[in-house]
Design a protein around this ligand. Structure first.
Ligand SMILES: [Zn+2]
Length: 178
């Protein structure tokens, strides 16, 4: 379940997922991007991961908040706001990937279709980790609508979305979105 920045997770991916549970719906509702870094916390000789209180960007960009002085970041995570036909918000932009190539941090992305995605700057590949974050019902890629203003249900049935006719988004001007 959604926790909050500063909570401890066993993996960087767990922290990224929690970021998505906590902020992806808010990001969709506001049409605004959020971004954090995921960093290491050692407690009682055990290594954990947490994420910073996010920065907000605008509709098409955010500079993730940075880790506390003296700690080590391993990844960053950001959201892409709501579905916008003119942007390919369900994928890392070219600028996103270049940024991770420069920082050498693993990239995590939460998207309007409710996905958590991963970008590895070493192999330069992106993968989809999960598809059960809060999502934008307007996104044609949304497979299972989890209302952005509602925490993901665990055992309660999810409303079936009305059928949508997929219309592929136009190619994104990657330079305008990070
Ligand atoms: Zn981005």
């Amino acid at each position: 379940m959604a926790e909050k920045p500063g909570d401890l997770f066993k993996t960087a991916e767990g922290a990224a997922k929690d970021f998505g549970l906590t902020y992806n719906g808010k990001s969709i509702n506001e049409g605004q991007e959020y971004g954090s870094r995921i960093y290491i916390v050692v407690k009682d000789n055990v290594t954990y991961f947490t994420y910073t209180e996010p920065n907000t960007g605008g509709n098409a960009g955010v500079n993730p908040s940075t880790e506390p002085t003296g700690s080590t970041a391993v990844a960053d995570v950001h959201s892409h706001g709501k579905y916008e036909a003119e942007y390919d918000n369900d994928n890392f932009s070219t600028a996103d990937k270049e940024d991770n190539d420069n920082t050498w941090l693993t990239g995590y992305l939460t998207t309007p279709d409710g996905s958590l995605k991963h970008y590895d700057p070493e192999t330069k590949t992106q993968t989809t980790i999960s598809k059960d974050l809060p999502s934008d019902p307007k996104d044609p890629e949304t497979k299972k609508t989890i209302p952005p203003n509602q925490a993901p249900p665990t055992n309660t049935p999810t409303p079936v979305p009305a059928p949508v006719i997929p219309t592929p988004p136009k190619p994104k001007d990657d330079k305008t979105t990070t």
